[in-house]
Write a protein of this length. Structure first.
Length: 477
């Protein structure tokens, strides 16, 4: 692993050759294999100005990443695995270039490098390099690269659309991004010189990026996004461009920076939880909204909850916040699938604010509801297995599996299906005695089989001599 404390290495990749540039007295070059080292980010050379001296490369160093520059010929030879070796891919701003010439190579293999992008993504419709004489533009580049590279073990993307689509008509597709989240990005040229920008989502890596940083660039935006994949959030809007888009905080403007990230959150005075949950059909799910203004809980305000997509789409409910600013909504799952839910309220300025979205996964009920699964090692070398069900529906019986490794191969230890004897309202208690071939640690899985032959593995238990431990892991077999 390279150390970036006393010796920083940046790399320039040329066709068939990898050169290392050391920021020290003199130059060091050596031929290496085209593999990324830990902490490296990949830059497509035509998309930046100044190569390894570009603002993007410099800011990559600032956030602790080693920039690797590749030309178009090398980019074209790279595989998805090659791209996935980097912490992030950077398609920068070549100083407000019109037309898509600088991204020709990236457009040609968008599906190849796009498949490697599993981490954070941030895409702007502006030209921060042209405005890099402003500290705000430099801050946008720095924070964007930090955000793109923030997910350990994943490859992110920082992409600037520069001035490529500054005069694009409404609905213009962006083929460069077709490999990201299934594509579907469309833009329109902003026209004029919008000045005032507003940030509407946040992430720890973006802390310190402000509205002032993004505003008053003479021309702060050049492209506005009209459509984007559902797993993206709008990060910033242009307040000077009329738009039907209403941000979660109630402001309106044209989206020009969009982003994707696991911990990316909208900025709003209403928060919704839990973020995710999974339950069997027929059970009740509750979401809770918390409303506050200036960090003070708001009591007595009406919150409207809506299932905006999924098997229960269109379902709504209202509740009034209590003294802690909390309001809740409960409903029962009747169809399998994933619901997406949000909540809204009208703030003191009369604006409708919208919460973050949360998801609820509804699953078909399993044949049994398991209360416990226990294992006890006896002095004779036998293992006594006991499990209890609370309910059993359409259950044919059980199988037991044993392994001497938690993630190893499990062999069935019962010769015949252990017949079900429980009922839908009462369940039953079952016992089985196993004689392992040797002393040691053994792991057990309990499988129920319904009358149609479908099976579910309910839990994992291990025994080590006479000491019992229960694992609460649940997995499909």
């Amino acid at each position: 692993m390279k150390s970036f404390k006393s010796l920083f290495l940046a790399r320039l990749v040329l066709p068939g050759l990898l050169m290392s540039l050391a920021a020290m007295s003199g130059w060091i070059s050596d031929i290496q294999t085209a593999q990324a080292a830990p902490g490296e980010v990949l830059i497509l050379e035509p998309t930046v100005s100044g190569g390894l001296g570009s603002v993007e490369a410099t800011k990559a160093i600032v956030v602790g990443k080693a920039p690797v520059l590749v030309d178009e010929a090398t980019w074209a030879t790279m595989t998805t695995s090659d791209f996935a070796n980097y912490d992030a891919i950077i398609l920068g701003d070549p100083t407000c270039v019109t037309g898509t010439g600088p991204i020709t190579a990236a457009m040609a293999n968008a599906s190849v490098w796009g498949a490697a992008v599993t981490g954070n993504v941030i895409i702007n419709g502006t030209d921060p390099t042209l405005h890099s004489y402003l500290s705000g533009a430099q801050n946008l580049i720095e924070k964007s690269i930090a955000f793109a590279a923030a997910e350990p073990g994943k490859t992110g993307l920082y992409c600037s659309l520069s001035c490529y689509y500054y005069d694009a008509v409404s609905g213009t597709p962006v083929p460069l991004l077709d490999g990201i989240s299934g594509g579907g990005f469309t833009v329109v040229g902003q026209g004029g010189c919008p000045a005032n920008s507003h940030i509407i989502a946040t992430h720890p890596a973006l802390d310190g990026l402000t509205d002032a940083d993004l505003s008053n660039w003479s021309c702060s935006t050049h492209e506005g996004f009209e459509s984007w994949p559902s797993d993206f959030l709008v990060l910033a809007i242009s307040l000077d461009v009329p738009s039907s888009f209403v941000a979660p905080d109630g402001t309106s403007g044209a989206p020009y920076i969009v982003a994707r990230g696991e911990t990316l959150e909208v900025i709003s005075d209403i928060k919704l939880a839990p973020k995710t949950a999974t339950n069997p059909l027929g059970t009740t799910h509750t979401v809770t909204a918390t409303v506050s203004e200036n960090n003070t809980p708001i009591a007595g305000t009406t919150v409207t909850f809506t299932v905006i997509s999924g098997p229960h789409a269109g379902l709504t409910g209202t509740d009034t916040t209590d003294g802690s600013g909390n309001a809740s909504f409960s409903y029962t799952g009747t169809s399998a699938g994933v619901d997406t839910i949000h909540a809204t309220f009208v703030d003191s300025e009369g604006k409708t604010q919208t919460s973050n979205t949360v998801t609820k996964t509804w699953e078909e009920s399993t044949a049994i509801e398991l209360k416990s699964f226990k294992a006890r090692a006896g002095a004779s070398g036998k293992v006594f297995l006991t499990w209890e069900t609370a309910t059993e529906v359409d259950n044919a019986g059980f199988n037991l599996y044993r392994s001497n490794k938690e993630n190893g191969y499990y062999s069935k230890i019962n010769n015949h299906l252990i017949a079900a004897k429980g009922k839908a309202v009462s369940g039953a208690i079952y016992r089985f005695v196993d004689t392992p071939p040797n002393r040691g640690t053994y792991y057990y899985k309990l499988e129920d089989v319904d009358n149609e032959g479908k099976s579910t593995t309910h839990s994992l238990t291990d025994v080590d001599n006479k000491i019992q431990k229960k694992k609460a892991k649940r997995s499909r077999r």
